[in-house]
Design a protein around this ligand. Structure first.
Ligand code: ATP
Ligand code: MG
Length: 304
């Protein structure tokens, strides 16, 4: 199948999960177990579609790199065990590692806390021609920091600047930041991998049972689980306030990993496919240089 056709299919597949205007968004309208009309018997077909998406992505990314104009920022947010790491690993598996920059955001350092909240993200934005992946991101600033007010207290903000509107203000600042970036050629796509509480429990139990998964388990994950509803509310408000046409959110059902990966791959293919990417056209003096070089190589103009 031609890349153009794959992009068209990807667009149709990803479209139902894209939020470009948060006004009417409700998290409870998204079923984490949704797999569209595909059931587990369709898994092989879904895997084929993923493989096709990965192939198309490799091709598009090669052009993105060669053209060196756009940068792409993919933001991944989710509750623990929703499958961020696995999705990133699988979806990006065909892409040239030189063209991708992954950054995982952990709790902020003392140096981070000595700056405004976007500072550490701004430092690691993707270069032109590259795909940057934020595994967690500045969105933690209206999620974990909102759920745990003591984290906000650590940020050393002047007290008179911390009002009850702080989350609205942060959403607004994030919107402005993202608009600024998109105006500068950074294409932003945000993913919320929406897992259910029941599926998270299943995955935690698996991490506890399987020796090769033990390392993934963190006691803190269980503590955060107790704040499940607070997180869901914070996610809903954040998505409602920051979904825009220029920087959409994809809210992707995450109870079935095979489905999550297909949709994420489709959304990325769709995004790159809409940029009209092409290899740079070599003209003028540069074309003459190429012709001269060809002549030298073929016509014996170089010493053996
Ligand atoms: P995994 O568990 O799959 O390895 P992870 O993304 O959960 O990946 P962890 O090291 O477990 O990585 O967790 C990182 C922690 O850092 C999360 O609990 C997250 O909420 C926290 N964190 C990230 N950004 C911020 C922030 N700005 N302020 C406070 N905490 C943050
Ligand atoms: Mg974790």
């Amino acid at each position: 199948m031609k890349t153009k056709e794959i992009v068209a299919r990807a667009r149709a597949l990803a479209e139902p999960f894209r939020i470009t205007d948060g006004d009417h968004f409700r998290l409870k309208d998204v079923d984490p177990g949704n797999t569209l009309d595909l059931d587990s018997e369709d898994k092989p077909r879904a895997k084929e579609a993923l493989a096709m998406g990965i192939g198309a992505l490799a091709e598009l990314q090669d052009m993105l790199y060669a053209q060196d104009r756009w940068a792409v920022l993919l933001v991944f947010q989710a509750m623990d065990a929703a499958g961020k790491d696995g999705t990133i690993k699988h979806v990006m598996s065909g892409v040239n590692p030189q063209g991708v920059q992954v950054y995982s955001f952990k709790a902020p350092s003392d140096e981070d806390l000595d700056h405004d909240f976007l500072w550490r993200s701004a430092k690691v934005l993707p270069e032109r021609g590259r795909i940057g992946i934020f595994n967690r991101s500045y969105y933690e600033e209206t999620l974990v920091v909102r759920v745990h007010p003591q984290l906000l207290a650590r940020q050393k903000l002047p007290p008179e600047l911390v009002s009850k509107n702080i989350w609205d203000e942060r959403h607004k600042d994030i919107r402005c930041f993202e608009r600024y970036l998109t105006r500068n050629g950074v294409v932003i796509v945000k993913f919320f991998l929406h897992v259910s509480k029941g599926e998270q429990k299943k995955r935690f139990l698996e991490r506890l049972q399987k020796k090769d998964k033990n390392w993934k388990f963190s006691a803190n994950d269980i503590k955060e689980r107790e704040f499940w509803n607070d997180y869901q509310e914070a996610y809903e408000d954040t998505i409602r306030s920051t979904a825009t046409k220029d920087a959409p959110w994809y809210v992707v059902p995450a109870d079935n990993k095979w489905f999550t990966r297909v949709i994420v791959a489709a959304a990325i293919v769709e995004t790159l496919g809409s940029l009209g990417l092409h290899y740079p056209i070599v003209e003028g003096e540069k074309r003459k240089d190429l012709e001269r070089a060809r002549g030298m190589l073929l016509g014996g103009g170089e010493k053996e």
